[in-house]
Design a protein around this ligand. Structure first.
Ligand SMILES: C[S@@+](CC[C@H](N)C(=O)[O-])C[C@H]1O[C@@H](n2cnc3c(N)ncnc32)[C@H](O)[C@@H]1O
Length: 219
């Protein structure tokens, strides 16, 4: 499970956090192992404590309709789907069939495949095709960082009044502090966090869980 640890925790504190969060079950363990076998990209998978955090949020919000942008091998979507209320649906957006095939198999193992719709296409197209109504109750953004702002702009007007958007990697291992950086992803995340903070349509809090999660709700 190397690489799953929050950048901001040392090994001992991470072990303590994991020991005081829900234990991973067989499906999650299988997903972690299969994802690890892919090599360094496995680092993209959310950590178990962050998945548990998403599940807790979803259980509280009780979304009828949730959206995930950036599914990869399915660890976060598995947590979201399992926490949905009866009849709740999750729309997953990704561009990789190779990675999401692993997700599909694990959704099926967990018995939640029938509540997930996976669309393989650039996420911006999938989001733009959604109805204009305020029908999104929960959204998790974890895809290409340069796309965050555009995804957010599609989602905010579509969020239901009690909806929540959770945005991953907003601290980018601390690189958001790098004021003069020209790194595209870092600049995108800096601009994204500044944009959310200045946006009076929403209220937000930036949490240092995982690699940083910006939690956003309509104001
Ligand atoms: C950080 S990973 C997501 C990790 C996942 N949430 C998890 O817990 O395992 C980012 C994913 O975004 C996808 N992605 C990248 N650019 C995309 C785009 N333009 N539209 C949709 N998905 C994209 C990648 O294929 C990759 O699977």
């Amino acid at each position: 499970m190397a690489g799953h640890r929050s950048f901001f925790l040392d090994e001992d504190l991470d072990a303590y956090v994991q020991a005081h969060s829900p234990p991973v079950d067989d499906v999650q363990r299988s997903l972690i192992e299969e994802t690890d076998s892919l090599g360094p990209v496995a680092r993209m998978q959310v950590a178990p404590d962050q998945a548990a955090f998403l599940a807790l949020l979803v259980a509280a919000v009780r979304p009828k309709f949730a959206v995930e942008v950036g599914t990869f091998t399915g660890f976060s979507s598995l947590a979201i789907a399992r926490a949905l209320p009866e009849g709740g649906r999750l729309l997953c957006c990704d561009i990789s069939t190779e990675w999401t095939d692993i997700a599909r198999r694990h959704w099926s193992m967990a018995g939640v495949d029938d509540r997930i719709d996976l669309v393989i296409a650039p996420a911006i197209e999938t989001l733009q095709a959604l109805p204009d109504a305020r029908h999104v109750d929960f959204a998790f953004l974890d895809a290409d960082k340069a796309g965050y702002l555009a995804y957010y702009e599609e989602l905010v007007p579509r969020m239901s009044p009690h909806g929540i958007i959770a945005v991953d990697n907003v601290l980018w291992s601390g690189r958001v502090l790098d004021a003069g950086t020209e790194d595209t992803d870092t600049v995108a995340l800096q601009e994204f966090n500044d944009h959310v903070m200045a946006d009076d349509r929403v209220t937000s809090v930036l949490l240092s869980v995982g690699d940083g999660v910006n939690l956003i709700r309509p104001a």
